[in-house]
Design a protein around this ligand. Structure first.
Ligand code: NDP
Length: 611
């Protein structure tokens, strides 16, 4: 189907907004497919080598650990690190972090592909900067610096002590007789944990596309989250010298591909970029940290900056935009238009203003393609036709220009995706391309069951698993505590306070968990459980407040992991973040702590007395 071509450059009047909506609809409809999330292959069985850890020496072994412990944290990424830090600050000493990787860092441990860097400003994104007396070297820090900071947090808070690295939890079962979780691992460990907190991360399990013939490929292949530098040469800064005589394919054009394509383009003999849906690429404008500015930072600076950013991306006007980047720009535009609307006779509603600001931003992003790409046909194919926030916004100053290189070919599949993979070639858009290597930049599982993504089963006090308990929708108090799963805390955005700056949310959860655990320790409380009523009440609040569909990638959006691959999910409303936004959610948690009555939690001590 040919999409209408008018309404590309201006949205000044209603006619063009309507044409734009129609174009968005046409592009979305091309991409809707019956199999939704099932189009992806679970990285298991014959594909399990795609998730082997390339960063550790093979053959690691150690004696199993069998003991009681106060707190087991699952995951050594930002969530586990922040929970560990806040627990230590609250006086909790006996902590074991269980981490699959060979070190701390989580997503920054795994994602070492060339060009990886944070997309949210590092001064607000990197956790605990003031606590560690550290200021990142760039506005958007590169991955190795973020990994080093993760290690520094672990050292600072003594989280390496007792940590079980290269270890995967296999099962967790609640033992009512001891009021402890029995945590077992793939290294034979058995930990009897008073409390557990799950910081598995939202995007921790890589996925592969279910392209026919994928198993038949005989060349080299890997997933971006396990970059094979032995094959490509080079390091996180690029210099992928071993690709000079290789025909390389990359499948996927999300945030990961956007960062690594320029490095592949710099050295590969040939690079084929297989695109199903283009990303929107805004300006990056990275810069080195000004040492004078860093030296003049006053105590409390990071919290103030995080809150300023969080307010702006939540649409709350601020006297100053401290971060001033592509994330906050759209909010600025919206507020300016709202102000103009209030002062003219347009009579625009809030929804119309938001749509107009969004369209203006996306027009700027589409215009960048024309400005930066020499071939107009290629420029057109790289234009995203959906509203901002339907997909993850991307920021880069070299990605689009990569397509000007003679060795780089964009294979746009017009929403279809790759047709087939053969022993030595890829078929797409009616053509066959011979390649030596395929790099899968196809992202991570979202929308599969929590336990599948976590990689272990957990059985609660009623003898059923969390997946069973949640089979008809998520239920929790504040997204963290679940009835039937005492002494367990979940760190995620589900039924919580999602913000663009994910580590900000993790910190608020970490403070909250540390508050409950330290209170329990100080008062001899052995069992903490969300009541059924509290869980039902909070779930109802989540449904009633209904998170804004546009932010979550609503049904008018092109498919992707933000909107369950375009398939209506009857359980989605229950899993949504708190509809009044992260600021209100964080405030609600703060007030809950201050009230001191632990409302909604049942607290029981050794003598079964209640607190
Ligand atoms: P994504 O899920 O965003 O992208 C996967 C890509 O694979 C999409 O372009 C998708 O196309 C494409 N794809 C899937 N199946 C096929 C197929 N059969 N044929 C062709 N193409 C296919 O994964 P990423 O790893 O890029 O990013 C995941 C998330 O990780 C980001 O959204 C972001 O939250 C985070 N991230 C953060 C970074 C940062 O902060 N610096 C950097 C990188 C990632 P389609 O769009 O059509 O589905």
């Amino acid at each position: 189907m040919n999409a209408p071509t008018q309404a590309t450059d201006t949205v000044a009047d209603t006619t063009s907004i309507e044409a734009l909506r129609e174009r968005y609809r046409v592009e979305r409809d091309k991409r809707l497919r019956g199999d939704g999330n099932d189009q992806y292959i679970e990285v298991d069985g014959e594909f399990s080598h795609y998730i082997d850890d390339p960063y550790v020496k093979p053959g690691f072994s150690r004696d199993p650990v069998k003991r009681q412990v106060d707190v087991v944290l699952i995951g050594g990424g930002f969530g586990g690190l922040q929970a560990g830090a806040r627990l230590r600050e609250a006086g909790v000493e006996d902590i074991v972090i269980v981490e699959k990787g060979g070190d701390f860092g989580g997503t920054w441990y795994w994602n070492r592909y060339p060009g990886a860097q944070c997309d949210v400003e590092s001064y607000v994104y990197l956790p605990l900067l003031e606590e560690l007396n550290y200021v990142p070297t760039q506005k958007y820090a590169q991955a190795p610096e973020i990994l080093a900071h993760s290690r520094a947090i672990a050292k600072h808070y003594r989280l390496y002590d007792d940590a079980l690295l290269q270890t995967e939890v296999t099962k967790m079962q609640w033992d009512e007789s001891t009021c402890r979780w029995q945590v077992t691992t793939d290294r034979g460990d058995v930990l009897a944990a008073r409390f557990i907190a799950m910081a598995n991360g939202p995007l921790n399990r890589p996925k592969l596309p279910g392209i026919p013939g994928i198993e038949s490929f005989r060349g080299h292949s890997f997933h971006t989250s396990r970059w094979d530098y032995d094959y490509t040469g080079g390091d996180a800064d690029g210099g992928l010298d071993k690709l000079r005589d290789k025909r390389v394919a990359i499948i996927g054009t999300g945030a990961t591909a956007v960062q690594c394509v320029p490095h592949l383009a710099a050295t590969a003999q040939q690079l084929f970029v297989f695109q199903r849906t283009p990303s929107g690429i805004d300006v990056r404008d990275n810069c080195a940290t000004d040492p004078q500015w860093a030296a003049g930072l006053e105590p409390g600076w990071q919290r103030a900056r995080m809150e300023n950013f969080n307010a702006l991306v939540s649409g709350v006007p601020q006297a100053e935009d401290m971060v001033n980047d592509g994330w906050t720009d759209i909010v600025g535009k919206t507020l300016r238009m709202l102000h103009e609307g209030a002062n003219d006779a347009s009579g625009r509603s809030l929804a119309e203003t938001l749509e107009l600001a969004n369209a203006e931003k996306m027009n700027e992003i589409r215009a960048r393609c024309n400005q930066l790409i020499a071939d107009p046909e290629t420029a057109d194919k790289l234009k995203p036709w959906y509203a901002m926030f339907c997909k993850r916004p991307c920021f880069h100053d070299e990605y689009l220009q990569s397509f000007n290189n003679a060795n780089v070919t964009l294979i746009d599949t017009d929403g279809e995706g790759v047709t087939r993979i053969n022993e030595h070639s890829i078929v797409a858009a009616g053509q066959e391309y011979e390649v030596d290597c395929i790099i899968y930049a196809t992202g991570f599982e979202v929308g599969t069951s929590y336990e599948r993504r976590a990689g272990y089963e957990m059985i609660g006090s009623a003898g059923r698993s969390l997946t069973d308990k949640w089979s008809e929708g998520i239920n929790s108090l504040h997204g963290m505590a679940v009835n039937e799963f005492p002494n367990c805390f979940i760190m995620s955005q589900m039924q919580g306070g999602f913000t663009v700056n994910y580590p900000h949310m993790l910190d608020e959860l970490a403070v909250h968990i540390a508050h409950i655990v330290s209170h329990a320790q100080q008062h001899g409380i052995e069992r903490v459980e969300a009541t059924t009523e509290a869980e039902q009440g909070w779930t109802q609040t989540i449904v009633d407040k209904g998170m804004n569909g546009a932010v979550l990638g609503g049904e008018t959006c092109t498919p992707g992991y933000y909107n369950n691959e375009g398939q209506p999910n009857p359980l989605a409303a229950q899993a949504a973040p708190y509809g009044e936004g992260p600021i209100a959610f964080f405030e609600l948690l703060r007030q809950w702590r201050e009230a001191g009555d632990f409302s909604g939690l049942k607290l029981e001590s050794t003598d079964a007395g209640q607190h």
